[in-house]
Write a new protein. Sequence first.
Lengths: 326, 376
Amino acid sequence: MKIATTDTCVFLEENGQVFTLLEKPTLPDYSNVTKRPYFSFYYSEGETIWERLSGSMAKFEDLCHDDPYLGCYALILSCLYPLLLSDNRAKNLAAYGAGTDCMAYRVIQDFMTFLHAGSALTALALSPFSLTAISPCSCAALLYRLDTCPAPAAVCDAINRIKPGGLLFLYTIKETVPPELAALCTHAQKDSFGPCTLYTLTADEAVMDFARENGSESFVLARASEITRRADDLRYLIQGILTGAALPDDAYFIAVTILQQTEELLLSLYDYLENDELPVHANALKEAVLNYDVEVRRSCGLTVYREKLTQISEMFFAAVEQEFLA
Amino acid sequence: MKKYKMCMIPAYPLENVQLLKDRVILPYVCYRLFGESFSIVTQSTGDYPYLSYLEGADFIPLPKDRSHMESAVSYVSAHSQDIDLLFLFGARGEYMELARTYKSLRPDGVIYLKLDTNIDWANAYPLHDKNFSVFLEDCDIISCEIRRLQSFLYKKWLRPVEYIPNGVYYPLYPEAGDVQLANKENMILTVGRLGTAQKNSMMLLYAYALAFPSLKEPWELVMAGSVTPEFQADYDRFCREFPPLAPHIHLTGNISDKQTLYQYYKKAKIFALTSRAEGSPNVFPEAAIFGCTVITTGVDAAPDMTDSGRVGRISPDPEDVKGFSRELLSLCQDSDYLARNFHEIRTYMQSYFDYERLAGRLQVLVELQALKRRQS
């Protein structure tokens, strides 16, 4: 894939196919915008925004010619262009999924700085935590490489960092998006050329509602409530087991099933837990229930399992309370 | 609960002695508890007299025209319908294809992987290898023999890892039931391949030598097991250097007859383990059910073996001869503790290391996984 520029047009070429990325806007005084103080900071003489844009596209070619995402970068910059020029305010952008040393991001940053010295493109580390580290509704746009982290919760977290009306650029070189994101992508403008596809989503009310409902915060809250509900069920069952109350025949099996599910739920929240031992505590409680069950079945008269079950269950419920209810 | 058709396949051809170790015994006890059939599938390495202990087990020798694991994969391909529960031993790369093959043919089947791990292994699993990660996902139940490694791996792999220690199958040790404190002698016993770097056998000799002058009563040191030529030479030199000790130290040589070994366990008050690095040694539970108080270096399983020092002693540094000697001496001189611990350690073993109990726990875990597989 190649990026080609002329005096009035930027386009992508591949196998004889051409995709027009951008045509030079016909603003009456467009060639004079470098006179404005914001833009004269770096290049006080001569270079116009269009020339700089063409130069940036050429830099993509130079620095990223082996990068399969080359077309995506060109698509992104062409779609960013109107946003960056929409007003004279500095723009805060973030990018996730290509690491912090992505050359293409540096090219975009350079172009943004040319337009406004105060604009910034922050390339985030490859951890979904880096998304939640940004203040909500703080970015004018966010560039998101979908192939790195296709998890819907992470995409929604990204949307939650964008200002209302801002843009999310989801780019991919895969043919399809994950099914959980298909509905979201129907709200997007889709541009694709060759293997590269860019979904441009405007953070409108519908998109932001979707993001709020499916972001990691609501995911964590929903899981937390499932865990506390299971803990309540367990408390009831284990108390019954310890006091010899009338319980269904498969009470132990039910308790172990609930604990197994609880372990899985806790593991799914692992990165968010304050007490990282919690899933292990759940496993220890499962072990204690099973040991007690075996003792009841074998009736060897050993009291140690009852003491262990009492002690470990108290510890587990206290830890759950501390983690989710304190 | 359902009865399962069970199969155990080792990563390498099985030897006779391994038939009575954790890799076979735990699956065998599971078979006794909730199995419909049990087959041990391996290339043969010779005779298997210990099979006589495993009533009901089928021994299926694999052809030797290919590698052990290639033959095992073909076997599983042809007999997947005869395997509801597949036992694997050790998270080894050799198993990756086998597990994938089984799962592709029997998505409803259950794989139980017993890790047989230690801290070095636990840190070295190639998690970056996608095939290895798939292998771990293919394993429905994974267990670790050491409590602190279980917690470590659980959090490292972010998946349930169960704690199933290396235990004992009591029916194999009828003599352990009638062991008497009164028949115990002032004997310190160690069992293992003496002279290997791992077993650190010289340390026990020197620790004993340091303790010897302070012992109020005579104590014998019995070192059972095969002896490397290097250790034999070191031992001979040691006896020349410390002639008064020589009559009290006994090398038995390799003991293949279990009954003979059990006689030593019956007599010994103390079982000493000086290993530099070890996961969960099989000799420990054997010694413990005979009421031997364990003194060990800080091997991975030391806290489990001694209930964190309650029913045994830990001298953490495997190079600290003086420290080990101090602990050994204090044990030898504390006859009250040894007498009390004769009962304590056996109750502790019965409570936490009885394979029949552990298999009872596994039965429910297997049932849960089978249910999950059927539902999905």
